[in-house]
Design a protein around this ligand. Sequence first.
Ligand code: CU
Length: 299
Amino acid sequence: MNRVLGWVFGVVLLVGLGGHAALAQSADPTAAADAYVNAPHDWQMWLPVPGSPMEEHIDWLMKYVLWIMTGIVGFVGLLMAFVLLRFNSAKNKTPAHFTHNTLVEVIWIVIPTLLLAVIIVPSISLIYYEADDSNPYMTITVTGHQWYWEYKYDAVPGLDYTSYMIPDDKLQPGEIRRLSVDHPIVVPVGKKIKFEITSADVLHGFYLPSLGVQRYAVPGTMLTSWTIIPKIGTYYGECNQICGVNHDAMPIEIKAVSMDDYLAWIKVAQANYVMNSYTPRPLSSPLPVNEFADLAIAK
Ligand SMILES: [Cu+2]
């Protein structure tokens, strides 16, 4: 039985490592398009391409710990194989009876302690980095609703709008099914953007995997996160907290544009977006309508 488990484990490990090497090369097939789009793609099995310094840190830490873990699993696997083959009852008829070995005990305490130490230092520093939302260029208040998002630009008077998923039958060429929205978040590239995240009804999750942002949207509570997007392009996320029947219909789309384009977009948005008030939708209603379909967002 143990031998079978050993083989299964070995094959799974090899397939996993091989798959990782192959996927690392085909990181983002959409990158060659005119506009950079950072979205999930078919058969994607690895993490998204990092779109922010925070996600780069997270990606690095994940791989770092993965290598340490692979070493531990490999070492323990070899050790078990050695013990099973060398000291089984057939080959080792009279077992030794000692119970302590000071050297071995010191080694198996010191080495794991050192491993934990080299993991905890970058982990803690990443936690502090993620928590540092000080001195943002701008703040966006994100409110989760059943089932759409509301974005309020704190520094731009009146700029408070809703963002609905584009229903499947209204998709335009270039839009991504179940990820594209009518009104994305628009931010300038290279600037620190702070998100203040809350909810108007139930728990939602503001989750942007390629930017390393994930915070629950909790009614009555404000959680914060932040991002800097260095590259012009479109990034996607979705609500990742089960929040009702249309939980899958509240994706997040965020466009990073040049400062000039951002300022031009503000003018258009201020003129066209109205202040929104929350209107509950009956459960039987179909997907939300695209209320501002005619609005052309300045490119
Ligand atoms: Cu939700």
